[in-house]
Unconditional design. Sequence first.
Length: 239
Amino acid sequence: MCYSKEVSLLAGAAISGFSAWSWWFYVKNKGKQISATLQAKIPYFKNAILAYLCIAGHQLFEYLAILTGSQFIYKTGLIVSMTFNYFALRSLEKISKFNFGSKLIPLYLLANWLEMLRRPMDFTNQHFYVRGYAHLPWGIAWLFLWFYFISASLFVAYHSKSPQNKKTGVLSVLLINATFILSAIYAYLATIFKFNWLNTGCLNDLFCSFDLINDFASIWCVIASLQAPFLIILFNLTR
């Protein structure tokens, strides 16, 4: 059975709710009561929350895409997902004061958006996620931004003179990789089920139908909804 529509809606709503609470707690409410030092970190909190909100946006666009069958909505969700890396990099720039050229990323996003508009990108319901076809160029473009953000975080961890900024750089890498690792574990187990004798216990084809190229991005995005506790830890340790 396919529950990708319901899962996308729940994940998007959960992330949106957490983002709204984080904005109130770290930006609005706390911003009126904190020291000047912590006040200076508000731009960091804002961009980090907006980055996380982009994951919610992707999930909600997936929900609408499944509901309507619209490729335009589906493609829009993919671009919203890529925008996560823009805000994540901006948050790193705000707290570290290093310039990583984040202002150029909107042009990169626009180029990818135009590239996707010119060709069909089919998708289907697949268990708790959405299976996308012909999105390999988008996946490569997404991973390029992701690796760039990780490299920038490690640069901050190594070169910043502030011990707290060094910690932020390391924690940012751990945060963004935590759900990637969980998704990779799922992919590994699914591959074992698919290609070994274990495929007799496929749990209604949940594992045996797994396709790494077409499925991993959506699975990662769903599991990314688990990042909320990690984000709270990151914010509290950088305060």
